[in-house]
Design a protein around this ligand. Sequence first.
Ligand SMILES: [Fe+2]
Ligand SMILES: [Fe+2]
Length: 172
Amino acid sequence: MLSKTIEAALNKQIRIEAESSQAYLAMAIWAEVKGLEGISNFMYDQSDEERTHMLKLVKFVNERGGHAHVSELNAPNVTFESYKSMFETLLEHEIFVSESINDLVHIALQEKDYATHNFLQWYVAEQIEEEATARTILDKVKMIGDDKGGLYLFDRDIQQLTVSSAAETPED
Ligand SMILES: [Fe+2]
Ligand SMILES: [Fe+2]
């Protein structure tokens, strides 16, 4: 059984994952409108992934006798100065999410809720990867600079840039 404190903290994370999904959907749409098809597809996939992160939390809360919350979401940024600034926003957002997961882990330990603590380890590993992917992408973007040919190749190949490990398939 979840304590009220843990339930509230997990519900806060459900909202953050939902907002992440919306934020990345907005990025996908922006890139699509700009004709950056590869970047757009990549961001649509990221948006879907954030929804699976949210659902995994929803199931966990409900299975442990809590009640997962669907709440009002903050509206995401829908336009960006450049694709570079879009990816900077992506990295900043992932760092914010990692901090939020860290806070959750801290609360789980304070509450002596070792089942939740164990469950959260998947998110800890996932955030390491997501931050690494965002940094890898941003490094490439900085390398490309204003080179149009570079952008063309980057847009074509971005799907291969994800940093993958065992934590990437949230099937269970
Ligand atoms: Fe996430
Ligand atoms: Fe993420």
